[in-house]
Design a protein. Structure first.
Length: 304
């Protein structure tokens, strides 16, 4: 059986080229019906895992989605998390930093949205934007008024090397504190991006998704590929790997991501909490008290 977690996992290393990674679905002889059925099965598994995660309240999950404009981040979140209990899930979409956010360090706005124990936190884009967009457009760094950084020539490789280290330290810190970090790069071809932008323009119910800025940024495609490739190389580790997901076919990418999330969450010792003797005795007393007021309740509970 094809192991998607192993196949699309990148633990780091110099022999990595995004251009060598597939954007099209790997031929697994799966029909769209098969893929949808497997996604539905994965969603049910995720429901069970999330229930235990939430009840146990010991671990947390941070899921990061990065990708070019139009790579399917929004629809990915909508589909694979469709069965998750909203009480145990928080989604944050990171847009252009506000003036308030720019007055803080670049990770400040991220810290405020980190998941707590028992919660699955999803980042639609993330702190990686600060080594991606900011690298393609270094003027953005100057706009942040960072002390000591006043010239474009200072926004060099050494500057970003410091940020890669910040990110690695942050993710190691999260992991040591019981939070699993899952990072997905939705790898889409330039031709497929063109097709998706065209649909946004031509289909009335997709017009709202289109932004002229998307077309403007498309001219920097090669620069973004270089920025992503470097960022993945610098921040992929065995403990916190990147998953490079073929994303020209949205349904296939959803299958891969849902597979990997389930696979990784099963690595955690998740279970519903065991009650001590005193707590069990309280439950029995509560049930006895209910039975006095509502005869037949005990038999009804047992039948369920």
């Amino acid at each position: 059986m094809f192991d998607r977690e192993k196949s699309f996992r990148y633990n780091g290393g110099s022999n990595f080229k995004l251009s060598k990674k597939p954007t099209a679905a790997i031929d697994e002889n799966l029909s769209k019906t098969d893929i949808k059925a497997r996604i539905d099965s994965n969603i049910l598994t995720l429901q069970d895992l999330q229930g235990k995660l939430y009840a146990q309240n010991r671990f947390g999950i941070l899921i990061i989605f990065q990708g070019m404009d139009g790579s399917g981040k929004d629809s990915m979140i909508r589909h694979i998390l469709s069965g998750v209990n909203p009480q145990g899930c928080e989604v944050t979409s990171f847009k252009v930093p506000t003036s308030i956010e720019l007055n803080h360090d670049y990770l400040w706005r991220v810290h405020r949205h980190m998941p707590s124990r028992g919660i699955i936190g999803i980042f639609n884009r993330s702190y990686y934007e600060d080594v991606l967009v900011s690298k393609v457009h270094p003027q953005l760094i100057l706009n942040a008024h960072i002390g000591g950084v006043t010239k474009l020539k200072q926004v060099d490789d050494d500057f970003f090397e410091g940020r890669y280290q910040d990110i690695n330290f942050l993710e190691d810190y999260m992991t040591r504190n019981g939070f699993m970090v899952l990072k997905f790069f939705l790898h889409m071809s330039k031709d497929e991006q063109k097709n998706r932008f065209r649909r946004r323009i031509e289909m009335p119910d997709h017009n709202w998704k289109f932004s002229a800025a998307d077309i403007k940024e498309r001219q920097y495609w090669d620069d973004y590929v270089d920025a992503y490739e470097t960022a993945l190389k610098k921040t992929a580790t065995k403990q916190n790997p990147w998953y490079v997901i073929p994303s020209d076919d949205k349904w296939y990418s959803r299958l891969c991501v849902s597979d990997i999330i389930d696979h990784r969450m099963k690595e955690l010792p998740l279970k519903y909490p065991d009650l001590d003797a005193a707590s069990k005795e309280q439950l029995e007393s509560a049930l006895d008290e209910l039975e006095k007021n509502y005869p037949g309740l005990a038999e009804h509970v047992s039948a369920r």
